[in-house]
Design a binder for this molecule. Structure first.
Ligand code: DCP
Ligand code: CA
Length: 433
């Protein structure tokens, strides 16, 4: 099969080759980011979609938002997060598909598995992204360009999907690089070229710098990557707290470059809760209500211990005691019960609809935990979106009320039903982790 965006790739690779010089032993990280992931999986599995605008998220002109769109659809101005009404207006002849989480999770697992042949250290970062420690590996492949290309070619050969790859001296620089020549780009940014390549870019090019951090930086007269690099750390710290010095380090290319594998995670515990029903449940509403309650409790524990995590696992035990669990990555590290719940619901629908049997036990847990700002902390999680900031205030208020008056005085409306049932049943949730 002919790779559809070969021309783009070759253009990016020509640039990549030119900048390839480094001292042996210098830290080097490779970042892989799949292109239009959910849409690409759909296209791969249905060749009739090839070349057409594919939008994943739901039927056009319905409530809900676009989860992702392939690059053909993006030419119509469609992007993730846009309402399906708006998408329907912009691209009425597009192919609109519902998300099929199980298929994407499975492909994600296959991806992570095949990346392990390129480095002993692979850090899955989200459902379609991973960091690879490239230090000491590139020589085996004949150089950085050959290494990056081998990763892309293998993904294409084995999964029939395209990936964008970035290589740099730190995780963040590698991640910025992978985003620069999408789709199917291969971009190498060496330490000595950071300012040349990124100096004029707006600060928002840094992953995690959202609207509020950008505004804060702008208020200091900092608009570009180069201006950020020149600003003394104490000024950044005074304005942005702990995130300030991290941003400064990013511009120097010496921020976190330690790729942490699943096995190495020092805090690789999970936080979760599970619940056994008195009577087996076949009603989806009851399952969802209980799930919301469990996610709320798990997130509260995470906040108490200051953890964020990005792997959500849903466990179901059926009436015949068969037990299944499915897991997936969040797009970002989070401790937000709504983010965890939304993801867990997708897993529930996949798992339960596959079996559709009476449920005896339901559980949810969050793993791949770390404390932001700790050594394990990945600098790009600056948690600065306005919505998140507002939610944080809400959660802090809820925590404080519960600390004073007890766990049961507050609940999200959707979880109320199961709380009433739970009290009647006299059942307590089991805590894990
Ligand atoms: N996704 C999701 N919810 C969102 C955003 C994305 O479920 N709010 C899913 C759909 C994406 C996948 O996660 O296909 C990966 O997200 P990315 O942000 O990496 O976006 P894409 O891979 O779709 O596109 P790109 O080529 O820009 O990386
Ligand atoms: Ca992607």
């Amino acid at each position: 099969m002919l790779n559809p965006v070969m021309a783009d790739k070759m253009r990016a690779q020509a640039g990549a080759r030119r900048s390839e010089q480094r001292e042996p032993g210098d830290p080097l990280v490779l970042h892989v980011d799949m292109d239009a992931f959910f849409a690409a999986v759909e296209e791969r599995d249905n060749p009739e979609l090839h070349g057409k605008p594919v939008i994943v998220g739901g039927e056009k002109n319905t409530r809900g938002v676009v989860t992702t769109a392939n690059y053909v659809a993006r030419n119509y101005g469609i992007h993730a997060g846009m309402s399906l009404f708006e998408a329907g207006k912009r691209c009425p002849h597009g192919i609109y598909l519902r998300s099929r989480g199980g298929k994407y999770s499975w492909t994600s697992l296959q991806l992570m598995e095949l990346l392990r042949q390129f480095s002993p250290k692979v850090e899955p970062y989200s459902v379609d992204e991973a960091f690879l420690s490239a230090t000491g590996c590139v020589q085996l492949w004949g150089g950085m360009y050959e290494y990056g290309k081998a990763v892309q070619d293998t993904i294409w050969e084995k999964l029939h999907l395209t990936a964008s790859v970035g290589i740099g001296p730190s995780k963040t620089i590698a991640k910025i690089a992978s985003g620069m020549n999408k789709p199917n780009g291969l971009t190498i940014i060496m330490q000595k070229d950071i300012m040349k390549v990124l100096g004029d870019s707006p600060v928002s090019i840094i992953p995690g710098v959202g609207k509020s951090t950008e505004k804060a930086l702008n208020s200091l007269g900092i608009y570009t990557f180069a201006q950020l690099a020149k600003t003394p750390q104490y000024i950044l710290r005074a304005r942005l707290g702990i995130a300030g010095p991290s941003l400064s380090k990013i511009t120097k290319g010496n921020s976190g470059n330690r790729v942490v594998t699943m096995e190495e995670r020092p805090d690789d515990k999970s936080m979760g809760h599970e619940h056994t029903f008195m009577e087996n449940v076949t009603c989806e509403r009851t399952l969802l209500a209980r799930l919301l309650h469990l996610c709320d409790k798990a997130a509260r524990r995470m906040r108490r211990e200051k953890y964020v995590g990005n792997v959500v696992t849903l466990k179901l035990r059926f009436a015949d005691f068969s037990t299944f669990s499915h897991q997936t990555h969040l797009l970002e590290f989070s401790d937000d019960p709504h983010v965890i719940y939304t993801t867990a619901v997708k897993l529930l629908r996949d798992l339960w609809h596959e079996n559709h049997k009476a449920v005896r036990l339901i559980g949810v847990s969050i793993s791949n935990l770390f404390i932001p700002g700790s050594e394990r902390g990945v600098q790009e999680n600056l948690f600065d979106s306005d919505i998140l900031a507002r939610k944080r205030v809400l959660f802090a208020a809820m925590d404080s009320v519960r600390n004073h008056y007890g766990e049961d005085v507050l609940a999200f409306a959707g979880g109320m039903e199961c709380r009433r049932r739970g009290r009647r049943d006299g059942i307590k949730d089991i805590v894990d982790g």
